[in-house]
Design a binder for this molecule. Structure first.
Ligand SMILES: Nc1ncnc2c1ncn2[C@@H]1O[C@H](COP(=O)(O)OP(=O)(O)O)[C@@H](O)[C@H]1O
Ligand SMILES: [Mg+2]
Length: 391
C-alpha cells in the first residue's frame, strides 16, 4: 500500500492537490482513500460533497474522510488523562501540578494520525492520500512518539512509584489506580510508534506544496530540511497557482517574480521533480475540475510512482571508526547542533530536534567531529577506549 502526504503552508493548495491526486489515481484503477487531518477541513468543499469522520464513497474506487481530531483524542488519551489527574489530585498532588503531569503537548493534531494507521491497516486501499495540516503541525507529529517514549520511560515509572507510595492512603479516599492505565499509555505509545513506522516506510512519501512567492518559498526551504531531519521521504515539490504568460503589464510583473522564485525552487529541490499546476480561471472544485487539475500536474506520469530519494540515514565504516550521514538539504551549519544523550544522538536544526537512536556499533563510539557536505550532515564516530573498557 502506498501512502502519499501533502503538506505546505496554509492556503497554498494542499487540499486541492491531495484531492486531485487521489481522483486521478482512482480513475486509473487504484482503490484510493483520501483523508484530511487538518482541523481546518476543506476536503468536502474541494469535492463538493458532504464528508464525515468515516470513509464516504465519492466515486468508483475513491473514498474520502475528514478525521475528527477531537474524537480521536477522546478515544485515545482523555480517559487516561482524566483518570490520572483525578487520582493525583485525590492523592494530594496540587491540581496545577497534576495537570502538568498528565498533559500531552500538541496531542490533538497528532492523534488524528492514529486514524491513518487504522485505515491503512484495514487492507481496503492501494493508496491512502493524506491532506495534512500546515507544515508546523505535521512536523510535530513525527517528534511525538519520541517525546512519548521519554514520557513512558522516564515520567511514568516515577508516577508509578509515587502512586505506590500513596496506595495505602488512596485506598481510603479513592479507587486504587489500576495498572491498566499505565498499560493504556504504553499501548498509545506503541500505536504512535506504528504511525511513525508507517510514515517513514519506503512506500510512504511526502509532497511539499507551495506557491512561487518569496515568503512561501522561504518557509518551504526550511521545511525541506526539517522533513528530512524527522525522517520523512520527500519525493516531489508541487508549485501551484503558476500564472500563464500575459501581455498585461500587471500580470507580467507577477509572472517575472514567479519565474524567479520557481528557478530557486528547482535549484533547491534538485534532483527532486518540481510539478507545476497553473493558476486556474476558477476554483478547482468537484471531480471534473480536480481531474483536470491532476492532468495538468502529472500529465501521463503515474501520480504514485516511487521516486528514488536519497538514503535519509546511512552508516559507513572507515579506517578508524564510522561515518553516520543524515540527509539535511539546505541546512546551514550554524543552525545545526549536536549532542549525545546515552544511546541517542540529539540533532537540532533551527529549533527542530530529533533523537536518533544509534545503531549498536556506534553506541560504544564517541563523536569525533561533524560537517555538512552536499546537503548531508556527516558525523564521525571513533572507537572510545573508555566505553569499551566499562562494559
Ligand atoms: N491552481 C489553482 N487555481 C485556482 N485556484 C486554486 C488553485 N489551487 C487552489 N485553488 C483554490 O485556492 C484555495 C485554497 O486551496 P486549498 O487547496 O484549500 O489550500 P490549502 O489546503 O493548502 O489550505 C481554494 O479555494 C482552492 O479552490
Ligand atoms: Mg486544506
Amino acid at each position: 500500500m502506498r501512502v502519499l502526504l501533502f503538506t505546505g503552508k496554509g492556503g497554498v493548495g494542499k487540499t486541492t492537490t491531495a484531492a486531485a491526486t487521489a481522483t486521478l489515481a482512482a480513475s486509473r484503477g487504484l482503490k484510493t482513500l483520501v483523508l484530511s487531518t487538518d482541523p481546518a477541513h476543506s476536503l468536502a468543499d474541494a469535492f463538493g460533497v458532504p464528508l464525515g469522520p468515516e470513509p464516504t464513497p465519492v466515486e468508483d474506487g475513491l473514498a474520502a474522510m475528514q478525521v475528527d481530531a477531537q474524537r480521536a483524542f477522546e478515544r485515545s488519551w482523555r480517559e487516561v488523562q482524566d483518570y490520572l489527574r483525578g487520582v493525583l489530585e485525590r492523592a494530594g498532588v496540587d491540581a496545577l501540578q497534576a495537570d502538568e503531569l498528565t498533559v500531552l503537548p500538541g496531542a490533538e493534531e497528532v492523534l488524528a494520525l492514529l486514524e491513518l494507521r487504522r485505515q491503512a491497516a484495514s487492507g481496503l486501499y492501494d493508496l491512502v492520500v493524506v491532506d495534512c495540516a500546515p507544515t508546523g503541525e505535521t512536523l510535530r507529529l513525527l517528534a511525538l512518539p519520541e517525546a512519548l517514549r521519554w514520557y513512558v520511560e522516564k515520567v511514568f515509572p516515577a508516577q508509578r512509584r509515587a502512586l505506590k507510595a500513596v496506595r495505602p492512603l488512596l485506598a481510603r479516599v479513592a479507587t486504587v489506580p489500576e495498572d491498566g492505565v499505565f498499560e493504556a499509555v504504553a499501548r498509545l505509545h506503541a500505536e504512535l510508534t506504528e504511525v511513525r513506522d508507517l510514515l517513514t516506510a519506503p512506500s510512504t512519501s511526502v509532497r511539499l506544496v507551495l506557491t512561487p512567492e518569496a515568503v512561501v518559498v522561504a518557509e518551504a526551504r526550511r521545511t525541506l530540511t526539517s522533513l528530512a531531519l524527522y525522517g520523512y521521504r520527500v519525493d516531489g515539490v508541487v508549485a501551484n497557482r503558476v500564472l500563464p504568460a500575459s501581455d498585461d503589464a500587471w500580470v507580467r510583473g507577477w509572472v517575472e517574480a514567479q519565474t524567479a522564485q520557481l528557478s530557486t525552487v528547482r535549484a533547491d529541490a534538485a534532483p527532486l521533480p518540481v510539478l507545476v499546476a497553473p493558476y486556474a480561471p476558477g476554483e478547482p472544485v468537484g471531480l471534473d475540475s480536480l481531474l483536470c487539475f491532476a492532468h495538468s500536474l502529472y500529465g501521463d506520469a503515474d501520480p504514485t510512482a516511487v521516486v528514488d530519494t536519497a538514503d535519509l540515514v546511512t552508516v559507513q565504516r572507515d579506517a578508524d571508526g564510522f561515518l553516520l550521514s543524515l540527509a539535511l538539504p539546505l541546512a546551514r551549519f550554524e543552525d545545526v547542533d549536536l549532542a549525545r544523550s546515552g544511546d541517542e544522538l540529539v540533532v537540532t536544526v533551527a529549533g527542530h530536534r530529533r533523537l536518533l537512536a544509534l545503531p549498536s556499533a556506534l553506541r560504544r563510539c564517541a563523536v569525533a567531529g561533524a560537517r555538512l557536505l552536499d546537503g548531508r550532515l556527516v558525523v564521525r564516530f571513533e572507537a572510545d577506549a573508555e566505553q569499551w573498557r566499562e562494559s
